[in-house]
Design a protein around this ligand. Structure first.
Ligand code: 13P
Ligand code: SF4
Length: 313
């Protein structure tokens, strides 16, 4: 059914949400209209907790595929739909489960304690000991057994930041986020030079050279708290562009410096931007695409995910 005016589309989504007893969870990088209609908007950690807590029958997950998969791992009996099943993630793609399994087999003698950043497939989650997010990574690494070497997958930049934070040495899988590695030391320095009184907040998926220019390095949810607390009026936000909508809404009194397009401090994630209100409406109407997982993989992935949620409290 084609629904023309945006207002009708929103009303239709809300009607279907009620009819399906659904909850709409959205990541901070989603387009503004999706954030505005969601029941909860947050980072990967907050979204995992919300998915664990919900008593809705249907979870409509507006984010990328691994995030919807996380909701399904925690809720095998619920229907989990996502607006676009092709919304992937370069980090997930950088660490296929079969490659990780082969690596662990090849390095069996190391007896690795494997920590996986949540930006990975259920197959990778099933192979590791514990999950972490950008919101709790140092905390999770600090709780790893002291007598075992750590293999951290798949984000080498986040891993490098966590090593600095914890002082714990880790072997790093060489994956990266294609969006965050595009920011360069030069491009951020140029914006800083134009706004010398501005503070910089950056996501830990950025390279070390960019992180070194930041006043704060944190998860997307913690960026909100930083923007609220900083006495600075001008803030340079180095992450995906959807974050600006959330910050402008929650901290309207602050001035966000996007920078001219040739050295913008924010960039689009093409996967996050695949979701639209139209696709959200369609997935609630048809209850597809749904996330489906083989039960053995799901059950193993649940162990590492629940361990994270417990260690993160
Ligand atoms: P957060 O958990 O900090 O929201 O990060 C998710 C992500 O995909 C960053 O690129
Ligand atoms: Fe993945 Fe990067 Fe997109 Fe986040 S911004 S979902 S890490 S590709």
């Amino acid at each position: 059914m084609a629904i023309a005016p945006a207002l009708d589309l929103k009303e239709e989504i809300l009607r279907l949400k009620k009819e399906r007893n659904a909850v709409i969870l959205a990541h901070n990088y989603q387009v503004g209209p999706i954030q505005d209609i969601a029941d909860y908007v947050g980072d990967s950690l907050g979204l995992a907790y919300r998915a664990q807590e919900t008593d809705a029958d249907v979870i409509a997950f507006c984010g990328v595929h691994f995030m919807a998969e996380t909701a399904k791992i925690l809720n095998p009996e619920k229907t989990v739909v996502l607006p676009d099943k092709d919304a992937g993630c370069s980090l997930e793609q950088a660490c296929p489960a079969d490659k990780l399994a082969a690596y662990l087999e090849e390095h069996k003698e190391k007896n690795y304690y494997v920590i996986a950043y949540i930006n990975c497939s259920a197959g990778v989650k099933a192979l590791c000991d514990v999950i972490c997010t950008s919101g709790n990574a140092p905390r999770i690494v600090n709780q790893a057994p002291a007598d075992r070497p750590i293999l951290f997958v798949p984000d080498a930049n986040l891993g490098a930041w966590v090593m600095e934070q914890t002082g714990r040495k880790m072997d790093l899988w060489q994956g990266s986020c294609y969006v965050h590695v595009e920011f360069t030391q030069e491009s951020i320095q140029k914006i800083k030079d134009e706004y010398p009184d501005a503070v910089v907040v950056a996501h830990p998926e950025c390279t070390t050279a960019v992180r070194l220019l930041a006043d704060e390095v944190c998860s997307t949810e913690k960026m909100i708290h930083f923007c609220q607390k900083t006495p600075a009026q001008n803030i340079i936000v180095v992450t995906e562009s959807g974050m600006l909508h959330r910050i402008k809404k929650e901290v309207p009194e602050k001035n966000l410096i996007p920078g001219p397009t040739d050295h913008c401090a924010c960039a689009d994630c093409r996967y996050m931007k695949m979701n639209t209100l139209e696709k959200l409406h369609a997935c609630l109407e048809k209850l597809e695409p749904q996330v489906e997982l083989p039960e053995d993989v799901r059950a193993k992935a649940e162990i590492s995910l629940v361990r994270m949620l417990e260690q993160s409290k």
